[in-house]
Design a protein around this ligand. Structure first.
Ligand code: IPM
Ligand code: MG
Length: 359
């Protein structure tokens, strides 16, 4: 298979982790006889420094033309003072999500056998392990609603719009995912307060009844969901939620599995096009030191193979290679146990690629 992929490394630890993700992608492509045509484009603060725009037209166009986009991370203190609409997060990330129509964000949080003790939760709470999928709506709600500041600067407004169509399409993504997993969807909202949440709950309930009666559906308020995630995480299979709640709950879900440095994500649209990135940010505090964990970026490659190209064996191979490297005891600083010497970004990335080659 020929895969045309736009690689956008971005800022902070982005370039370091992306080097390892690209290495894994090339290795698995060679191993299975695929051709990965990878082209790098500037994005984020790095692009701003080059040309005054965090998402140059050329990068956006290349992402439109590619089969898939592999992204590192964007943003950092250097660009914090830019006006909101020019900042890397909004201009690059949010524009890419909306321009590419990537309304569905899949964030799997799973305990790795070798990292069970890395969870901040007690062993009896983690139990057999956590294996859940956050399905986050990605192109609506507060992130894209109307924003304004009053003339005197003393009040501000962020709108939170959702339509039935937007809710239905993300709900379908969640129900379809649940059918391939353990058949349960927990829809998270704040229907005791928010009108959009009431519409969300009605719409999800109606769709569940009419098209997905084989999938178990329940509803939680977001505050309760946040609490249940640390109380009894094993109860969750698929968590379906809107943009802002999904942002928050996915950080929480990642940490209870051990480290945010382990979690990949896929942002998908209607046409099979996808953007794949770790859920963590650019971590400017550790950038350039060669200590960042590249596994979330490498696992994003597995998601890319699976969702954009239907290459399940290849994706499994990458995931198993990560498992093998962890089982060997290799750990970057974020997942190292007390007294253990952490390995570098390059060392763990090279070990994953070696494991892919051996597979
Ligand atoms: C994420 C990030 C982004 C978001 C930021 C960087 C805009 O936190 O992908 O979860 O809030 O969506
Ligand atoms: Mg986030």
């Amino acid at each position: 298979m020929k895969m045309k992929i736009a690689v956008i490394a971005g800022d902070g630890i982005g370039p370091e982790i992306m080097t390892e993700a690209v290495r894994a992608l090339r290795t698995v492509s060679d191993r299975f006889g695929h051709t990965a045509e990878l082209t790098e484009y500037p994005v984020g603060g790095a692009a701003y420094d080059l040309c005054g725009d965090c998402l140059p037209e050329e990068t956006l166009q290349a992402c439109r033309e590619a089969d898939a986009v592999l992204l590192g991370a964007v943003g950092g203190p250097k660009w914090d003072a830019l006006p909101a609409e020019k900042r890397p997060e909004r201009r690059a990330l949010l524009t890419l999500r909306s321009e590419l129509g990537l309304f569905g964000n899949l964030r799997p949080a799973k305990t790795w056998e070798a990292l069970k003790e890395a969870s901040p939760l007690k062993a009896e709470i983690v139990g057999e392990g956590i294996d859940l999928l956050v399905v986050r709506e990605l192109t609506g709600g507060l992130y894209f609603g109307e924003k304004r500041r009053s003339g005197d600067g003393r009040s501000a407004f962020d709108g939170l719009p959702y339509s039935v169509d937007e809710i239905e399409r993300i709900a379908r993504t969640a129900f379809d995912a649940a059918r391939k997993r353990r058949g349960k969807v927990t829809s998270v909202d704040k229907a005791n307060i928010l009108e959009t949440s009431r519409l969300w709950r009605e719409t999800v309930t109606a769709l569940g009844r009419s098209e997905y009666s084989d999938v178990e559906l329940d509803h939680l308020y977001v505050d309760n969901a946040a609490m249940q995630l640390v109380r009894r995480p094993g109860q969750f299979d698929v968590i379906l939620t809107e943009n802002m709640f999904g942002d928050i709950l996915s950080d929480e879900a990642s940490q209870i599995t051990g480290s945010i440095g382990m979690l990949p994500s896929a942002s998908i649209g209607a046409g099979g096009k996808g953007m794949y990135e770790p859920i963590h940010g650019s971590a400017p505090d550790i950038a350039g030191r060669g200590i960042a964990n590249p596994l979330a970026a490498i696992l994003s490659v597995a998601m890319l193979l699976r969702y954009s190209f239907g290459l399940a064996d290849e994706a499994d191979t990458v995931e198993r290679a990560v498992g093998a490297v962890l089982a060997e005891g290799l750990r970057t600083a974020d997942i190292a146990r007390p007294g253990e010497t952490p390995v570098s970004t390059v060392a763990i990335g090279a070990a994953v690629s070696a494991a892919i080659r051996r597979a």
